[in-house]
Design a protein around this ligand. Sequence first.
Ligand code: NAX
Ligand code: ATP
Ligand code: MG
Length: 365
Amino acid sequence: MQQSYGSIVRRQQQLIRCLVGDYCSKDTLHLVNKGIRMQSVMGGGGPLEVEALSILRSISPVLDSTKHKGQAGKIAVIGGCREYTGAPYFAAISALKIGADLSHVFCTRDAAPVIKGYSPELIVHPLLEESYNVRDEDKTSISKKVLDEVDKWMERFDCLVIGPGLGRDPFLLDCVSDIMRHARRSNVPMVIDGDGLFLVTNSIDLVKGYPLAVLTPNVNEYKRLVNKVLDCEVNEQDGPQQLLSLAKSIGGVTILRKGKSDYISDGKAVKSVSIYGSPRRCGGQGDILSGSVAVFVGWGRELVSKVKMDENPTMLGCIAGSALVRKAASVAFQDNKRSTLTTDIIQCLGTSFEALCPVGSKSHV
Ligand SMILES: NC(=O)C1=CN([C@@H]2O[C@H](COP(=O)(O)OP(=O)(O)OC[C@H]3O[C@@H](n4cnc5c(N)ncnc54)[C@H](O)[C@@H]3O)[C@@H](O)[C@H]2O)[C@@H](O)CC1
Ligand SMILES: Nc1ncnc2c1ncn2[C@@H]1O[C@H](COP(=O)(O)OP(=O)(O)OP(=O)(O)O)[C@@H](O)[C@H]1O
Ligand SMILES: [Mg+2]
């Protein structure tokens, strides 16, 4: 990617300003723990609150005429089955709306025409199969075919989103487990959401110790993860500390716990994003988030490798994604009130992004 040295330095300086003193090492963990206790008493917007908007501005790439297609991001959603076609569409179209160049969906054969029908922008691969469509004797050859097909594309992707609308069919989940193992071998980041979290909660080794894995659980998914991994109940009194332990127990994956405030931890630090969102809880908002985080993780990774910073790009990606989706939800709610739907929020992604990080702003010239 061709960017002026000046613009890279400006983004680095912005990042340092928002992270210095915030981001902790092992040595300062006790200080963070102290902060965590304060946060649990104070609620959202306390000492763990991060300068999310500065991070979003810092990691968003400059738009200029030297770029070619693909440089702003290529993501793939693995999801979409007979029951759910909305979720993978929401994730994949959100990625495009915030600035990715290409967005693919790998879904089951019968979900594909439906998803294609929602949008000509998406590249849809009718590849996955559920048990009801497969004879036992064909299972081995079909899973090999699925894996071979996805592998052809794998290294082109900056991030995968695993799980929106994936369903829970055991044969399909076995195939997706193989895809995840291959992605991991190729160092491709993965955002795991929805039924992907169901899979991972039951097979934690798929992500354990993989620093490029991001889990984005909602309230139920978080409860199941805590039960399974920490073998206890969710502790609301010391929520951030428990999140830190959970991320650490899964070997330093990044977890974005969605809720009234979003809490994000990679097992070393905990941050919160409490920008006002929307009181509407219609289905699909988490799918917007997973697609958005995938793009920001790709951008965060690129920036961190360019300026050789010791920051975790998955933390940066989660913080930026959380901030943008919450802002878009609040804008959509202002316009639509009780009738706010996921498609309304998607429509507000562009204007919200522009309000937070204008294309013509200083760092974009
Ligand atoms: N339009 C669409 O196609 C959408 C599809 N979605 C997909 O739907 C699938 C399931 O996601 P959900 O978010 O509904 O999954 P959840 O596991 O959060 O919830 C499933 C349902 O079971 C209940 N439930 C599950 N576990 C529970 C527990 N331990 N305690 C209390 N209640 C519990 C929940 O209240 C909910 O009604 C995913 O693949 C997801 O991506 C959602 O993203 C929403 C939109
Ligand atoms: N109580 C809340 N107040 C404000 N924002 C919230 C609240 N709960 C969740 N959110 C925000 O809504 C978005 C989706 O979170 P949610 O918990 O609804 O995900 P989900 O259940 O996985 O959604 P989906 O229906 O797509 O599966 C996130 O951006 C999160 O920050
Ligand atoms: Mg969800």
